[in-house]
Write a protein that binds this ligand. Structure first.
Ligand SMILES: *Cc1c(COP(=O)(O)O)cnc(C)c1O
Length: 394
């Protein structure tokens, strides 16, 4: 077995309190065992097919392509998965691992609630208890998702401290984990956190990129020229990119530009952050001179995070992947355009990738191809869209 020490050059690592070290070590040992275990991988593949709905289609968006009038645009439809987003790829894998590790209680953090829902689903399927940490502010913003998590049998812990958002929900989940070492598994929702999480989540999400390659070869007998995905913590993007690295494909991650890059109200961590440590990893972080974490903003809750997965920091410094930004208004317009041209309502997160792909398509020839990972569906976002539409009209 290849040795993996959990660093992407200087990025990643395990910057955690000593009490967590034995837990992380146990997780690491168990994960790299099941990674090579045929039975485990077969069981996961079966669930991804029968429960989650894989493989997802790769759809040639001919209406959108005609409208833009440049390169051909394809959509990788992760929005069609059970739960409406790519998150189930990861939660099924990690809950199976939790069962294997004989943990009967799973805890998770959630921002908008998508990861909390995907965790709840996987826990019901496999038969483990689930408890979800959620910031109070997010719970108010995302009432419907809170209700869904409760219906799916999860206990919800609302977090009232600090920003009352994802950042503090993670802090509380880690605190819980330290107190309940023996029976509890901490299920992180993106390619972030201490090693082995970024690698593990990347592995579970890599099914996206593997399918993209296979499906493009079925359709056009070659690789696409571009693959574009949005970056919050970076799990749908790393899953799309990792199997396609060094294949002469231009890979582009899209961060949230929020109100604009000349304001402080954005979440463009890779473009405007600096090296720092948050949530157990060395990565790019949005922080002030004293190292205090800044408050971020995005129209899409899923991209509203002040750090980013450490492998993206590595891929950026190695120039293997490019990272661009799209602001709230551009994402909003792309959301409307995809809905109207193709009858597909994308998540606002995914709309960032759509907006950037459209910019590329315009500049490129008809013979070139772009794949956009549609990380989720937009039903959860219609209230935000409705209020923004009102503002535009007035
Ligand atoms: C959570 C979420 C994201 C952001 O998470 P990543 O880990 O960056 O993929 C993007 N899109 C959707 C639909 C989400 O639910």
């Amino acid at each position: 077995m290849k040795k993996i020490e959990g660093k992407f050059d200087e990025f990643g690592g395990k910057y955690i309190p000593e009490t967590l070290l034995p837990l992380i070590k146990e997780l690491e040992d168990q994960y790299f065992k099941v990674r090579e275990d045929k039975n485990f991988q077969n069981e996961l593949t079966e669930l991804l097919i029968d429960y989650a709905g894989r493989p997802t289609p790769l759809y040639y968006a001919k209406n959108l392509t005609r409208k833009i009038g440049g390169a051909k645009i394809y959509l990788k439809r992760e929005d069609l998965l059970h739960g409406g987003a790519h998150k189930i790829n990861n939660t099924l894998g990690q809950v199976l691992l939790a069962k294997k590790m004989k943990k009967n209680r799973v805890i998770a953090e959630t921002g908008a609630g998508q990861h909390g829902i995907a965790t709840s689903m996987a826990c019901r399927l496999i038969g483990l208890k689930s408890e979800i940490y959620m910031g109070n502010k997010d719970a108010i913003r995302q009432k419907a998702n809170l209700l869904k998590m409760e219906l799916l049998g999860s206990k919800i812990h609302l977090v009232n401290s600090g920003s009352q958002t994802l950042k503090v929900a993670i802090n509380e989940a880690i605190r819980d984990w330290m107190k309940n070492v023996t029976n509890t598994y901490y299920l992180i929702g993106s390619a972030v956190g201490p090693h082995p999480y970024p690698t593990m989540v990347r592995d579970f999400q890599s099914v996206i990129g593997k399918e993209i390659q296979m499906q493009m070869h079925e359709k056009i007998k070659k690789n696409p020229d571009f693959v574009v995905a949005c970056v919050g913590g970076g799990s749908n993007a790393i899953g799309s990119f990792y199997p396609l690295l060094n294949k002469n494909i231009e890979l582009i991650g899209v961060e949230a530009g929020g109100y604009g890059l000349n304001t402080d109200k954005h979440s463009a961590t890779l473009n405007f952050g600096s090296k720092g440590i948050l949530h157990g990893m060395l990565t790019y972080v949005l922080q002030n001179e004293e190292g205090q974490i800044k408050n971020t903003h995005s129209i899409s809750a899923g991209l509203d995070y002040p750090a980013v997965g450490p492998e993206h920091a590595y891929l950026m410094t190695k120039k293997l992947v490019k990272y661009e930004t799209i602001n709230d208004d551009e994402a909003f317009n792309a959301f409307l355009l995809l809905s109207k041209t193709e009858g597909i309502i994308p998540a606002l997160e995914s709309a960032h990738a759509v907006a950037h792909a459209i910019k590329i398509a315009k500049e490129r020839r008809k013979s070139e191809t772009i794949v956009i990972t549609i990380s989720g569906r937009g039903d959860k976002d219609i209230e935000i869209i409705k209020s923004k539409l009102k503002n535009v009209k007035n």
